[in-house]
Design a protein around this ligand. Structure first.
Ligand SMILES: [Zn+2]
Ligand SMILES: [Zn+2]
Length: 322
């Protein structure tokens, strides 16, 4: 972020094609993936692509064959922007693994903008009971955290460890607690530990502290491979560790006996399906999730990303556009 990779540009208002919607952005969440893209950990798929994939907006116009929404609807645009619908992964219900998938703010222009177009089939209706700013982090942080929770195979009433406590973790932990789990949080940021305890987690400690009890499941949200071995060591027999992020620094060498034997499982989380999104958004409404938001104006997007990089954002950063 020190080299200022973002530039504010004037572009013509985009036009919705067949099956697309023109959406006026009300606000857009700031996700760690945007930071990886800005800093080059993730290569952009298109030069000068507009980042942002937690978009809350209002439908302004519908292109031909776009039937799911009408003008004036408040909608959400998330990370998954399109798939081929025909490959072996799509056909078996794993559209998150589609090799031809495209993403908002990576392949297609995203929500760090006043307007964007999105494919109607990948746009989400939004739950009620949340402000626009509170809705934004649900759309990636929330959905990915929910998929990570599913991938971590947390048993009912189980013990869950969470490494890194930002936008995604603060939502996933509430879902886990609502399901009767004891949640233990590991993060270097004191303000994040405080937020975690306010939300009802069982304990909060530093990243490399030992867990107060063995864990059935664990999720790593921090993009830090160094925490993989300690997270695995804190798993109980048969436990599962899911890595939630799109990017992770290298994992140090693992010791089979200390870190994997006794049928401990290490797995990744790759994007999400539209089904995950629907399930999570319904759950968010039913559980009345508390969303912790730090707002920034659109032209302070670089400041929001800089703060995220320095662990200075508590909860989720959101750009308020309109
Ligand atoms: Zn596919
Ligand atoms: Zn994201």
């Amino acid at each position: 972020m020190e080299t200022g990779p973002l530039a504010l540009l004037d572009r013509p208002e985009p036009e919705p094609g067949p099956g697309e919607l023109l959406i006026r952005v009300l606000c857009c969440g700031v996700c760690r993936t945007d930071l990886h893209l800005a800093e080059g950990d993730l290569q952009p798929r298109r030069p000068d692509v507009t980042p942002g994939h937690e978009v809350v907006g209002e439908v302004m116009a519908a292109g031909p064959d776009s039937t799911r929404f009408t003008v004036g609807d408040r909608v959400g645009v998330a990370w998954l922007a399109g798939t081929d619908g025909s490959c072996r992964y799509c056909r078996r219900g794993s559209e998150n693994l589609c090799p031809h998938s495209v993403y908002t703010g990576w392949d297609r222009d995203g929500g760090y903008a006043e307007y964007l177009v999105a494919a109607d089939a990948y746009v989400h209706p939004l739950p009620s009971g949340f402000s626009n700013a509170e809705l934004a982090p649900l759309l990636c942080a929330g959905i990915i955290g929910y998929r990570a929770l599913k991938r971590a195979e947390l048993p009912p009433g189980g013990r869950l460890g969470i490494w890194g406590f930002g936008g995604s973790a603060h939502l996933a932990s509430q879902v886990a607690i609502a399901g009767g789990a004891a949640v233990h949080v590991f993060t270097r940021a004191p303000a994040a530990r405080e937020l975690a305890l306010d939300l009802g987690v069982a304990s909060a400690q530093d990243s490399f502290d030992p867990s107060p009890e063995p864990l059935d499941s664990a999720i790593i949200f921090a993009p830090v491979g160094d925490v993989v071995p300690p997270a695995l060591r804190n798993l109980d027999r048969g436990g599962t560790l899911a890595i939630a992020g799109i990017y992770l620094t290298d994992i140090p060498a693992l010791n089979y006996e200390r870190e994997l034997f006794q049928e401990r499982t290490l797995r990744s989380v790759t994007s999400n399906t539209r089904g995950d999104a629907e399930e999570f958004l319904r759950l968010a409404e039913r559980l009345r999730l508390k969303v912790s938001v730090t707002p920034y104006p659109l032209d302070a997007a670089d400041q929001a990303l800089t703060d995220l990089a320095a662990d200075r954002v508590t909860g989720a950063a959101v750009l308020t556009v309109a």
